[in-house]
Design a protein around this ligand. Structure first.
Ligand SMILES: [Zn+2]
Length: 428
């Protein structure tokens, strides 16, 4: 029945989805050369299209003295200047293509400050995005209509519950609405018949820990647990694996770019090379969405620090570029008395400790004032690890920063989402 409901939904929402799904199944085992040739072909189409139909890109390409015809290799893409979220918001109208589309899908995503970014996606863009997720599911033998449990953040509007519950029923989903024991017990009962779980990884971990601490019996046979939109700490994995039988896998993407990468059963995040071109310049990611015809996304500075690996051959056989790590958001900087530092510094501090001691630490850093940091750690540290952490902090900040390390404390939450670095310092 759920399959039938799902297929009806697809027909209504986006009839292009089945074709996109079949295509991505076919290209899953393509060689690198095949994938890159395909990218170049689609890139040429996109850039010519943008030049013809988007006022913003036409102006930009003219200014860069770059005519679409000059785009002959993937490297030529670098001749087009990157675009930022700020520009997507400010030049919104001029970026949208003026061509006539039969149907468009409205999309909205929050900006970190101020106004949200709104845009319209053409059906093929949407179909490719969904198909990429579904291909990822298929690596775990999951169909989109299979039964799933859903975790999300706190602070739900109770009045909206009933609507969500109906929607959930239709898509064979159950969700946890609060993190009280009664709700958790109901959720666990539902797990018996679930094929996969998804949601905020901090919440998946939180529930796993609760189940472990209270020794609650649980019977489940999950094929996949997927974390979305939050950093997945290594420190989550042992507990989650012990309680739910699997580790949390990652998916990487954003509303503007669509799915960029999905983790395979061998533990590597493969980029969806058929949909997006990923460039990494000085550690920062730039994404081109090859099907973003209604609102061209070309060399978009997404705002994350990432590392990619184009050499390693994954044991799963896929030759798609591997995103080895998403190291955190670019944005708020760490402000010392004298200097500023990228927020990425914390990634290195804690990575060094894991490398040396094997201890993954669940951390959050808050900055309330210039030249001072508050390190919040969920667990208590052994004296030697604490010493090492202090040494790492001094290594990166020297005398420029005072700090407190607080062990065994809760994390600060901004809405539902958990961030590893939160700064309250106003910068101009
Ligand atoms: Zn793989």
């Amino acid at each position: 029945m759920y399959k039938w409901i799902y297929k009806q939904g697809v027909k209504r929402r986006n009839p292009l989805l089945p074709t996109a799904e079949n295509f991505l199944q076919g290209t899953d085992k393509w060689s690198r050369a095949e994938l890159e040739a395909y990218q170049l072909e689609k890139l040429k189409v996109l850039v010519s299209w943008a030049y013809k139909h988007s006022e913003h890109y036409r102006r930009k390409l003219d200014e860069a003295n770059m005519h679409p015809i000059q785009l002959q290799t993937l490297a030529d893409l670098q001749r087009i200047p990157p675009i930022t979220k700020k520009t997507l918001i400010e030049e919104n109208e001029a970026i949208h293509a003026t061509a006539n589309f039969k149907r468009l899908i409205y999309s909205e995503t929050s900006g970190s400050t101020g106004s949200p970014l709104t845009f319209y996606r053409n059906l093929e863009w949407d179909a490719r995005h969904r198909a990429a997720i579904h291909r990822g599911y298929s690596w775990y033998d999951i169909q989109p209509w299979d039964r799933n449990g859903y975790f999300w953040g706190y602070n739900l509007d109770v009045k909206k519950h009933w609507r969500l519950k109906i929607m959930d029923k239709l898509v064979n989903r159950f969700r946890i609405f609060s993190y009280e024991k009664k709700e958790i017990l109901t959720f666990i009962k539902n797990l018996n018949r679930a094929d996969y779980l998804e949601g905020y990884s901090s919440m998946i971990y939180y529930v796993a820990r609760k189940i472990e601490q209270e020794n609650i019996a649980i019977n489940t046979n999950l094929k996949m647990i997927k974390g979305t939109s939050e950093k997945i700490f290594d420190a989550y994995q042992p507990t989650v694996k012990k309680v739910f039988g699997r580790k949390i896998i990652s998916e990487y993407g954003a509303a503007e770019t669509g799915i960029i990468a999905f983790e395979c059963p061998e533990g590597n995040m493969h980029t969806t090379m058929e949909n997006v071109i990923v460039e990494v310049i000085e550690g920062e990611i730039y994404v081109t969405n090859l099907f973003s015809h209604s609102f061209p996304i070309i060399r978009y500075a997404l705002g994350d620090y990432v590392e990619v690996d184009t050499e390693t051959k994954c044991a799963c056989g896929r030759e798609h570029t591997i995103v080895t790590s998403v190291m955190g958001r670019i944005g708020k900087e760490i402000i010392g008395h004298q200097e500023t530092y990228p927020s990425l510094t914390f990634y290195y501090i804690f990575k060094n400790i894991v490398m040396d001691s094997g201890d993954a630490i669940r951390y959050q850093v808050l900055q309330h004032q210039k030249g001072h940091l508050e390190f919040r750690l969920e667990q208590h540290l052994s004296p030697s690890i604490r010493k090492q952490l202090e040494a790492e902090i001094v290594k990166y900040f020297a005398q420029d920063m005072k700090y407190d390390i607080r062990e065994g404390v809760d994390f600060y939450r901004d809405g539902g989402k958990l961030k590893d670095f939160v700064s309250f310092v106003e910068t101009v």
